[in-house]
Ligand binder design. Structure first.
Ligand SMILES: [Zn+2]
Length: 235
């Protein structure tokens, strides 16, 4: 089974998508007992070359690029030597943003993003420039969202980002057509890959972690049987 975890915040805040540092560490320890944790780049390479083999692979990713990924999650990733990728919203780097429900988020600075890249353990990829629903905007705007984001990553961090996480997992065939000339792979739908399943490199599934997933639910996520049952029930 291939399991790609998607975190947002590792903190003690009330934000629905935040996980405490202690829970984050426990989850990663459980994950590493059952899966070989690889980088997103290695996963993409394996999907593209049809080389997923027989092993159970997992990746650890973060969406949006919150500052606590650096202050709270990174020390735990280092302690456990677990690779991870942060998909950043380039327009929000170094800013504090208040969402419509009044929740305030602090985003990572370029300086901290650079330290993460320098560690060799954490990579930074694109989550677009302003995080729109891509299916709702015109073709040129989709291309601009990706190119602006890629240019800033290149300018500030020195590498070309070729992997994307669709904002809010929102994508369709038209979005893929617009991003594929400059992006090699993208994360979008919710779910996992079970043994033998083919994966569209522009629709790699992930599982979003939130406060709703306690340790028991999390334990179930790690087992293919729970996914098979879930799919049977959804048919
Ligand atoms: Zn996002």
């Amino acid at each position: 089974m291939i399991l790609n975890l998607c975190y947002h915040s590792v903190s003690y805040t009330d934000y629905m998508y935040s996980i405490s540092p202690e829970l984050f560490e426990r989850q990663l320890k459980m994950l590493s007992k059952k899966f070989k944790i690889i980088s997103v780049q290695e996963l993409v390479e394996r999907i593209r070359s049809n080389n997923l083999g027989k092993e159970d692979y997992a990746t650890v990713t973060f969406d949006d690029g919150l500052e606590d990924n650096y202050t709270n999650a990174f020390p735990i990733l280092q302690k456990l030597s677990i690779p991870a990728t942060i998909f950043i919203i380039t327009d929000l780097i170094g800013k504090v943003h208040t969402n419509p429900s009044g929740f305030e988020s602090r985003f990572i600075s370029w300086e901290h993003a650079r330290s993460l890249c320098d560690s060799g353990l954490v990579s930074i990829e694109s989550h677009t420039h302003t995080h729109p629903y891509l299916t709702t905007i015109p073709n040129q705007a989709i291309q601009r969202e990706v190119s602006n984001s890629k240019s800033l990553i290149k300018k500030e961090l020195g590498h070309v980002s070729k992997i994307l996480a669709y904002p809010k997992g929102d994508f369709d065939e038209r979005v893929i057509k617009n991003i594929c000339p400059t992006i090699d792979a993208a994360f979008g739908p919710s779910g996992v890959l079970l043994k033998g399943e083919q994966c569209d490199v522009y629709a790699i599934p992930r599982v979003i972690l939130s406060k709703k997933i306690g340790l028991v639910k999390y334990y179930a996520l790690l087992h293919p049987i729970s996914w098979r049952i879930k799919r049977l029930c959804c048919k």
